[in-house]
Design a binder for this molecule. Structure first.
Ligand SMILES: Cc1ncc(COP(=O)(O)O)c(C=O)c1O
Length: 428
C-alpha cells in the first residue's frame, strides 16, 4: 500500500487556532520566575499567601489523616460511595439542593414542580447544555432566536453559543465613563431586539466587569424583557462568592421567577466550593406558572436527558458528592457559609486596600469603581498599553482588557501592585 502523503485536514480546512487568551496568560505567568510576580489572570480564589484554598468544609470531607472529623466520616463511611455511573441527570441529592439554593427553599416553582435540573460539567457544561437545548427547541417562526450577550461578557459565552449555531448579538453593559452599568443603553438594546430574543444575564458578580444591576435596575430590565417577551438565560457562577450571602446573590434569579418568566439557569460550584477541577455544576429549566407547568417540565426534562446522554452520557460523581454532602447537612452547610464569608470578605478587604493605596499615591483618575464593583473581578479601566507595561516591567499578569482577579491580591503584594499601577498610569 502506498504511504499516505496528504492529510485530509489541510490548513485551509483546519487553520491553526490561536491559544485561548486566558490559558495562554496562565502559561506565561507560570513560566515567569520573578519573585515580584503578581498573578491577576485566572478567576480562581487564592488565600493571603497567593495559594489555592481548599475550603475547610471540603477538606473535612476529602482529606482524611490529620483532618479526620465527624464530617470526614460521613463521606468515607458512606456505603453508597463507589465508582458506578450516576443517572443521566446526575446525583439527585445534589441537583435538588442545587435548585433550592438558587430559587429558595419555599419557592412555589419547587412545590409546583416547575423546575427540572440536570447535573453538568460545571458551569461551562450547563451553559452549553442550555445553548444546545435552545438551538434545538427554541424556534420563532421556524428560525433560531438571537442570543444577546452583555458587552463585555465572559469570553467563552461567544464560542459556546456560536458552536451550537445560534446567532449572537450584544447589548451595552459597561459604561467606560462611569465604570458602572450602562442601564439606559442596555434597556434600549433590549427594547430594540426582536421579540422573544434570548438574553444572557449574569446572576451576580458580572464577569469581567464586577458591575451588577441594583434591585431597581433588575426590575427595569425585567419590565423591558417582559414587554418584549424575551427569554432569560441566567449564568450563575458566583453565588455566595460575590456578597458572602447565598440568598442575596440569587435575588435577581428569584425576582425573575416571581415575575412569572420561563427561564434557564447555568450554575457553577467551581468558585463557591473551590471545586474548580471537579467540574460540579447544574443546569435548571424553570417553567412559568400554569396548570400544565409540571407536564411541561417533565417533557423538557426528557429532552434534556437525551441531549445529556449523547454528549457526556452521565456526569462525574466526586465533586457532586462533596457538594451534596455539604448541602444536605445543616452543620456543614453553616460551615460552608462561613467559608464563603471568608472568601468574599478577603476579596472585599483587598478592594479597600487597593483603593486606599491608589488614593494615597494620588494616582491620576478616579478609583471608586474598585470598591463599587463586586465579586472575583475588577475592571480597572487600565488600557492595553498599560497592561502590557505592567507585565513587561512589573511581572503583573492580567487580561488585556484591564480585568484583574481580585483574589490574586493579598496583604503582601497589594502595595507593590498599586505602586506599579501608579507608575504606568503616570507614564503611559
Ligand atoms: C460568567 C461565568 N460563567 C461560567 C463560568 C464557568 O466556569 P466553570 O465551568 O469552571 O464552572 C465562569 C468561570 O469563570 C464564569 O465566569
Amino acid at each position: 500500500m502506498a504511504p499516505v502523503t496528504t492529510t485530509s485536514f489541510p490548513a485551509e480546512a483546519v487553520p491553526q487556532a490561536p491559544e485561548d487568551p486566558l490559558f495562554g496568560l496562565m502559561r506565561a505567568c507560570k513560566a515567569d520566575n520573578s519573585p515580584d510576580k503578581v498573578d491577576l489572570g485566572i478567576g480562581a480564589y487564592r488565600d493571603d499567601n497567593a495559594k489555592p484554598w481548599v475550603l475547610p468544609v471540603v477538606k473535612k470531607l476529602t482529606f482524611c489523616a490529620t483532618h479526620a472529623t465527624q464530617a470526614d466520616e460521613i463521606l468515607r463511611n458512606d456505603p453508597d460511595l463507589n465508582h458506578e455511573y450516576l443517572p443521566i441527570a446526575g446525583l439527585a441529592s445534589f441537583t435538588s439542593k442545587a435548585a433550592e439554593l438558587l430559587v429558595g427553599t419555599s419557592s412555589p416553582a419547587l412545590s409546583e414542580k416547575r423546575v427540572s435540573s440536570v447535573q453538568t460539567i460545571s458551569g461551562t457544561g450547563a451553559v452549553h447544555l442550555g445553548a444546545l437545548f435552545l438551538a434545538k427547541f427554541y424556534k420563532i417562526n421556524g428560525q433560531s432566536s438571537t442570543v444577546y450577550l452583555s458587552n463585555p461578557t465572559w469570553a467563552n459565552h461567544n464560542q459556546i453559543f456560536s458552536n451550537v449555531g445560534l446567532p449572537i448579538a450584544t447589548y451595552p453593559y459597561f459604561s467606560k465613563e462611569t465604570k458602572g452599568l450602562d442601564i439606559e443603553g442596555m434597556k434600549r438594546a433590549l427594547a430594540d431586539a426582536p421579540e422573544r430574543s434570548i438574553i444572557l444575564l449574569h446572576a451576580c458578580a458580572h464577569n469581567p466587569t464586577g458591575v451588577d444591576p441594583t434591585p431597581e435596575q433588575w426590575r427595569e430590565i425585567a419590565d423591558v424583557m417582559a414587554a418584549k417577551k424575551h427569554f432569560p438565560f441566567f449564568d450563575c457562577a458566583y453565588q455566595g462568592f460575590a456578597s458572602g450571602d447565598l440568598d442575596r446573590d440569587a435575588s435577581a434569579i428569584r425576582f425573575f421567577i416571581e415575575q412569572g418568566f420561563e427561564l434557564l439557569i447555568a450554575q457553577s460550584f467551581a468558585k463557591n466550593f473551590g471545586l474548580y477541577g471537579e467540574r460540579a455544576g447544574c443546569f435548571h429549566y424553570v417553567s412559568p406558572p400554569s396548570p400544565d407547568a409540571a407536564s411541561v417540565t417533565t417533557r423538557v426534562a426528557s429532552q434534556l436527558a437525551i441531549l445529556q446522554r449523547s454528549e457526556i452520557s452521565n456526569p462525574p460523581i466526586y465533586g457532586a458528592k462533596i457538594a451534596s454532602t455539604v448541602l444536605n447537612d445543616k452543620a456543614l452547610f453553616a460551615e460552608w457559609q462561613e467559608n464563603l464569608r471568608t472568601m468574599s470578605g478577603r476579596i472585599i478587604a483587598m478592594r479597600t486596600a487597593l483603593k486606599a493605596k491608589l488614593d494615597e499615591l494620588k494616582t491620576p483618575g478616579n478609583w471608586n469603581h474598585i470598591t463599587d464593583q463586586i465579586g472575583m473581578f475588577s475592571f480597572t479601566g487600565l488600557t492595553e498599553a498599560q497592561v502590557a507595561k505592567l507585565r513587561s516591567e512589573y511581572h503583573v499578569y492580567m487580561t488585556k482588557n484591564g480585568r484583574i482577579s481580585m483574589a490574586g491580591l493579598n496583604t503582601k503584594n497589594v502595595d507593590y501592585f498599586a505602586k506599579a499601577v501608579d507608575k504606568v498610569v503616570r507614564e503611559t
